[in-house]
Write a new protein. Structure first.
Length: 338
């Protein structure tokens, strides 16, 4: 046999070498697109739905093909940072206006928190779209409450002299947005529309009553300044005492209606409301509802106001915070339960 024949016998053919290459490739190798680049595969969920490449499980299984997921994270975080900037710029503008002793805040200033609220909402919608559903983890819930507080403050501020409330609420909303951008994008829960209705009504109630708690503290500071005859500083930007007190009870009334709806939806839609991980939440929520109801009833029947109203408001809000965020912090952040 000549050397040329021996070389041909030992060298594999083109077709056999291609078979060897195919066998050496992984079973789920990415197909080539029309441009010649490898196409990113879609993760197949157990339920049959295809998740996007931003899905955390896809990232874990395909660490080398997460360029799109990093782009998604960058885009969502960019939206969050712009929203934070709008909140902080609005706070600085309100502080400057208050130092200038302006009685009426220009409408152009209120455009900044409006943009921050819109971008804050957009960050949630972006993350939920990429994850395939709404996320109501504790950090996400705090961020939603921050949106609700900022929106209510914006509506109140547009109609009257409540710039001092914006100086407090908008930085809080910025902090919740930052926490959500860094920690809040978890896998969505599997809640049906009835439980989502319960959760959303509860979060709206928390946001409204949190604003009421801030109004109660402002009312207490205003009364204290009047008694000490030292009515100076940014307290001058507050509306008259009677007007602030009226706004406080209107806010409590709206929050009480929302909290009532949340409790009723929980009774109707939650299967075991007194389960081990829900019992304390239910008890604290009912205690808070009773406290707010007693305050409204005492206001109507006995004319409660001033320090009495402030104490009842802060007590009821403390119970409400323990009902949801206190218990959820223990369950989700410490015990790692959902």
């Amino acid at each position: 046999m000549h050397d040329r024949d021996l070389y041909r016998a030992l060298r594999p053919s083109h077709s056999s070498s291609r078979k060897v290459e195919q066998l050496s490739e992984p079973l789920h190798a990415p197909r080539r697109s029309s441009s010649g680049l490898p196409a990113l595969p879609q993760w197949q969920a157990p339920g049959g739905e295809k998740q996007r490449v931003c899905d955390p499980l896809y990232r874990a299984l395909h660490p080398a093909q997460t360029t799109t997921s990093r782009i998604c994270d960058t885009a969502a975080m960019t939206i969050v940072l712009i929203a934070i900037a709008c909140y902080l710029l609005a706070t600085a503008a309100l502080v400057r206006s208050l130092r200038g002793d302006q009685r009426r805040i220009p409408l152009a200033i209120w455009a900044l928190p409006a943009a921050g609220i819109a971008l804050h909402i957009a960050a949630h919608l972006w993350a939920w779209r990429e994850a395939g559903g709404a996320n109501l983890h504790i950090v996400s819930a705090l961020s939603i409450v921050g949106i609700g507080m900022a929106m209510l403050t914006w509506l109140v501020g547009m109609r009257g002299r409540m710039a001092a409330l914006g100086v407090i609420v908008f930085p809080i909303a910025a902090l919740t947005a930052l926490a959500y951008g860094l920690l809040g994008r978890h896998e969505p829960g599997t809640l049906d529309w009835r439980l989502q209705l319960h959760a959303w009504s509860a979060l709206l109630a928390y946001a409204t009553l949190a604003v009421a708690a801030l109004l109660a503290m402002l009312l207490w500071l205003q009364e204290r300044a009047l008694r000490q005859r030292r009515f100076i500083g940014w307290l001058r930007a507050l509306p008259p005492l009677v007007e602030l007190e009226t706004l406080l009870f209107r806010t409590i009334g709206a929050g009480f209606v929302l909290l009532t709806g949340a409790l009723l939806s929980g009774v109707l839609f939650v299967e075991d409301l007194l389960a081990q991980h829900l019992a304390h939440k239910t008890v604290f929520s009912l205690l808070s509802w009773l406290a707010f109801g007693a305050l409204l009833l005492g206001r109507r029947l006995r004319g409660w106001r001033g320090t009495t109203a402030v104490r009842w408001t802060l007590l009821a809000m403390a119970l409400l915070v323990l009902a949801y965020f206190g218990s959820n912090a223990v369950l989700e952040l410490i015990l790692k339960r959902r």
